[in-house]
Design a protein around this ligand. Structure first.
Ligand code: NAI
Ligand code: MG
Length: 368
C-alpha cells in the first residue's frame, strides 16, 4: 500500500494559478519517485472565490471544509486591483488569508531566507559577506504579541488623542514557538538565535527565561540571544553566520522582511505557517505559500518564477506529510537548476551564460 495524504490546493489569484500548475507537476514527479500519493482537493479562494460567489465571500465554506479534511494546505496568493475597492472584510487578504490562519491556529511562521551562491548578485548585501550564499530560517510567532494583545484602542485623555497597544505573551505560547524553532534547528545547523528586547520589555524577559528552559530539552542545539536592534544590524553585518532565528510577532514581521531582502528575490522564497502538532506525531498541520503576493504586474504572461511555490510544496512535504526525502529532492533539484544557469526574469542578469526561461520552462528544468 502506498502512503496516501490529503492536501487542499488553493491557487488563488494573479500568478497563483500559473505557479501552482507547475508545482503540481513537480509534486506528481516526486510522488512517482518516492512512492506516495496525494489526494488533492482543489478549491477557490480570494478574488477567484469572490467572482464565483457574486462578491459574497473570498473564503467559501467548502474551501474551509476541504482544508479541515486535509493534512495540509498548499496556498498560492490572493488579491489584485479588481477587488481592491470591496468592503474591507471581504477583501481577498483580510477576508481569506487572515481568517484561515486564525481558524487553524497557525502560530508558527517559518520563512527561509535563502540566497544560493550563484544568485548572490541578486542580494543588495556585498558578495564577500555571503560567499557561500545565505541560508537562514526565521521562525516568527504569528498569533500573539502586540498585534492581538488587549487593551488596544484609542481615547481622549487630557484633551488629546491617546492610542495604545499591549504586548502580551503567555508562557505556553512562548514554549510552543520555541519548541518549533529548536526542532527546526535540530534538522539544520543546530544553531538557534532567540531575538528579544529583554533589556526593556517584560514580555521579552519571560521570553528569554523560557528560551533557556526549553533549551534543556534540546541539549544539542547551541542557543544564543540577541536584542532585536542588534539582530537587525548583525543580519546585515554577518548574514552568513546565522542558522535559525526565533522571535515574537512584531520583531519577526520586520526581521523576516529584512532577511527576504538580503536574499534578493521574492520569487525564490517559500513560507510555512504551522499550527499544533498532529496527535501522536512530529508533524504539524500547516499552510504553505510563497512569501510574495499575486504579482498582478506580471500575471497571465507565463513569466513568474515558480520556485517560491515549488519550495512551499517541499515544506508541506517536510512538515505536514513527513516525506522529507521527497522534500530534500525538490530542494536539491531547485539548487541544481539555478546552478545550471536557468533564470526567470526576476533573477536574471542578462549574462550570456544564462538560460532564460518562463514559468513552465523553469519547472521543466527542475523536473529534468
Ligand atoms: P507582490 O509580492 O505580488 O509583488 C511585488 C513584486 O515582486 C512585483 O514586481 C512582482 O512582479 C514581483 N514578484 C512577486 N512574486 C514573484 C514571482 N514569483 N516571480 C517573479 N516576480 C515576482 O506584492 P504587491 O505588488 O505588493 O501585491 C500584489 C497583490 O498581492 C496585492 O493585491 C496584495 O494585496 C497581494 N498580496 C497577497 C499576499 C498573499 O496572498 N499572501 C501577500 C502579499 C501581497
Ligand atoms: Mg511583513
Amino acid at each position: 500500500m502506498s502512503r496516501t495524504y490529503r492536501i487542499a490546493v488553493l491557487a488563488g489569484d494573479g500568478i497563483g494559478p500559473e505557479v501552482m500548475t507547475e508545482t503540481l507537476r513537480v509534486l506528481d514527479a516526486v510522488e512517482a519517485k518516492f512512492g506516495f500519493n496525494t489526494e488533492r482537493s482543489v478549491q477557490l479562494v480570494g478574488g477567484a472565490a469572490l467572482d464565483a460567489t457574486g462578491n459574497e465571500t473570498p473564503l467559501p465554506a467548502a474551501t474551509v471544509e476541504a482544508c479541515e479534511q486535509s493534512d495540509g494546505i498548499l496556498f498560492g496568493s490572493v488579491g489584485g486591483p479588481k477587488w481592491e475597492n470591496l468592503p474591507p472584510d471581504i477583501q481577498p487578504e483580510r477576508g481569506a488569508l487572515l481568517p484561515l490562519r486564525k481558524h487553524f491556529g497557525l502560530f508558527a511562521n517559518l520563512r527561509p531566507g535563502v540566497c544560493l551562491p550563484s544568485l548572490t548578485h541578486a542580494s543588495p548585501v556585498k558578495n564577500e559577506l555571503i560567499p557561500e550564499g545565505f541560508d537562514v530560517l526565521c521562525v516568527r510567532e504569528l498569533t500573539g504579541g502586540v498585534y492581538f494583545g488587549t487593551p488596544k484602542g484609542r481615547e481622549n485623555r487630557d484633551g488629546e488623542p491617546v492610542a495604545f497597544d499591549t504586548m502580551v505573551y503567555k508562557k505556553s505560547e512562548i514554549q510552543r514557538i520555541l519548541r518549533v524553532a529548536f526542532t527546526a534547528a535540530m534538522g539544520r545547523g543546530k544553531k538557534l538565535v532567540s531575538v528579544d528586547k529583554a533589556n526593556v520589555l517584560a514580555s521579552s524577559v519571560l521570553w528569554r527565561e523560557t528560551a533557556l528552559e526549553v533549551a534543556k530539552e534540546f541539549p544539542e542545539v547551541e542557543l544564543s540571544h540577541l536584542y532585536v536592534d542588534n539582530a537587525a544590524m548583525q543580519l546585515v553585518r554577518r548574514p552568513g553566520s546565522f542558522d535559525v532565528l526565533v522571535t515574537e510577532n512584531l520583531f519577526g514581521d520586520i526581521l523576516s522582511d529584512e532577511m527576504a531582502m538580503i536574499s534578493g528575490s521574492l520569487g525564490m522564497l517559500p513560507s510555512a505557517s504551522l499550527g499544533a502538532k498532529k496527535e501522536g506525531s512530529d508533524l504539524y498541520f500547516g499552510m504553505y505559500e510563497p512569501s510574495g503576493g499575486s504579482a498582478p504586474d506580471i500575471a497571465g504572461q507565463g513569466i513568474a518564477n515558480p520556485i517560491a511555490q515549488i519550495l512551499s510544496a517541499a515544506m508541506l512535504l517536510r512538515y505536514s506529510l513527513g516525506e522529507s526525502d521527497a522534500a530534500d529532492a525538490i530542494d536539491a533539484a531547485v539548487a541544481k537548476t539555478i546552478d545550471d544557469g536557468y533564470r526567470t526574469g526576476d533573477i536574471a542578469t542578462g549574462a550570456a551564460t544564462e538560460k532564460k526561461v518562463g514559468t513552465q520552462g523553469m519547472a521543466d528544468a527542475i523536473l529534468a
